[in-house]
Design a protein around this ligand. Sequence first.
Ligand code: GLN
Ligand code: ZN
Length: 760
Amino acid sequence: MTTTHIPGFPRIGARRELKAALEQYWSGGDEAALRAAGHALRHRHWRLQREAGIDLVTVGDFAWYDHVHNLTALFGAAPARFGIGRSVALADYFRMARGDAAQPALAMTKWFDTNYHYLAPELDRDTVFRLNPDWLLPEVREAQAAGHRVKVALVGPLTYLYLARQRGAGFERLSLLPLLLNSYWALLRQLAGLGVEWVQLDEPLLCLDLEPAWLRAVHSSYAELATAGPRLLLACYFGGVAEHAALLRDLPVAGLHLDLARAPEQLPLFLRDWPAARVLSAGVIDGRNVWRNDLRRSLELLRAAHQQLGADLWLAPSCSLLHVPHGLAGETALDPEVRGWLAFAGEKLDELALLARALDHGAETVADALQASDAVAAARASGSLARDPALRRRIAALRPEDERRRSPFARRIGRQRARLGLPLFPTTTIGSFPQTAEIRRARAQHRAGTLDDAGYAAAMRAEIGRAVAEQEALGLDLLVHGEAERNDMVEYFATLPRGFAVTQHGWVQSYGSRCVKPPVIYGDVSRPAPMTVEWTRHAQSLTARPVKGMLTGPVTLLQWCFVRDDQPRGDTALQLALAVRDEVLDLEAAGIRAIQIDEPAIREGLPLRRTEWPQYLRWAVRAFRLAACGVDDATQIHTHMCYSEFADILPSIAAMDADVITIETSRSGMALLDAFGGFRYPNDIGPGIYDIHSPRVPRLEEMTQLLDKAAQVIPPERLWVNPDCGLKTRGWDEVRAALRLMVEAARLQRVKAGADAAPA
Ligand code: GLN
Ligand code: ZN
């Protein structure tokens, strides 16, 4: 019989119950209530697995904030700066996760190429690990007491260390491996004592380009852990691991899990001389995307493995279902046909059980499900809903000049400056202004139907008017309309064009209690009518100063949506690019003289393997250029990027050829700027001098110092003055105070440059 299991389940709850419980607790609620909410969620999710017919129920995937951070608590690895000692209480756990007045939080970064953020462990040469089994064992007992057959799932020791920040000169985090293995071993021992038969250890680091020292550590680590008692399932996901096939086959572990959604081609290679009595867990169901599984294709892929391995073949999603929404049950507003194409976490459990039944008892026992799956595959392939022939003709007819500005930057920039009437060191902001209580109220009322379209539009126009007036009073040079009408920079653009679907409850955890609701791109994308022109035109009508149009770029839209899997991502990016291009041209035609196309996600879209970077960068840059290059030389194109660390892709950023790029730099003390300077970035740059992530208003000297630093690497005529990022999460009082100082910093810089009499 084929065993089914899942690498992990979404913990946030069908209605984001965990978010509600956390926020209650953080605002002074009691610990018992939070614990009860966690308990209820775990039981509900185990029961869902059980009721779907999944054989092993997964324990260890639950976390109050983040599952990597749970290991930090479990192994007693709190950094000394928090003064916690080795046993970590719940309050300590949250203090490390969220910071407090005395200590900033642990660094938070993206989990591989997902939009989930983990808390990076912070290790130094004095780090010691001490097992706090209470961070895991009670959950195991809970599940056992409920009668479940338990598989424990944890991030493995190598990935845990790899993701850690190392502190202190000359310290190498891999040197802590022996100590960490001791703790894992002790933990495995205790799990064995509870009768846990299987422990899944996740090592997605094997899908990265690894230095030899890390690779060498794999065999010895698992040889050691395998002696502790439980049978180990080593899980490799987020890509193929074919290059490590020999290493993985020779490991003394009881099972190996492979990602066959991203790398189905690796299966035959692993089947060749697969050892007897070793489990191979086939991750055939895509844990990263929301499409219904093509059951027939999966059965095709699995047939040889099933014949060869028998009961040693396991079935699973490719990775934890953490990255997809909880379930489709509440989605009543989706187009029924599109809805029929989707499978969220709950539906994926059913697919898993169906596949196992088909393998064990024959396809005829699931004939109805197969037929339904075939019908979806056929409907998707037929393109009845998804294909737009006119768009396809338009893409086929693209010419090289469509992705080139008419003149080089040096020729364009003079015309733009003259037309915009900007001084030296022009000031601007990144787009959004505070999303006030009034804005949120109007949006909620509009959604609930108590405020009609006209009333809502009037409320938004009033907010735009306020933002313009504030900016004029502050003396900013290039204004924005403030994005009052946007709940989210991706979802807003997904509600308007064709080819997108927006869910009601499709929440996915981003970090802690924060969730995002990624739109679904199910078909060819086009933009039948202007999306932002009216708002922007309204803003421009209120002021003689130029107003910058504000759009989300094609690569960021792609990156923050669930994307169709029936064509390459690059093809979808081109379609998105044309939709943005149409909007850019409409803004230009409406008299808007500067247009910003945000691409904050361009860096995070990079594939995990460097060999795949050039191809990605080629289509990503092309998509941006297609979006931007339709305009006249005198129209100024801005772009914006944040989350730094894109020093390694500067040539591609330059190739995007935006007239102005604004970047997040103040938090890193302008470290990124050195890279831009060293690379001699050719166009205008606005390095952020105001850290908008903190409610603190920076002092004038902090901003002038950052500006001085910027002026050392960027020639004065190409230097802009702006915050790090959008201001939507801040309050007006702090924003007003900070921007007043920022404008003053720019004025002082002009005085220093002897240009204070420049045109206003
Ligand atoms: N224009 C957007 C804003 O200001 C940019 C947000 C972002 O970079 N993530 O909110
Ligand atoms: Zn930003």
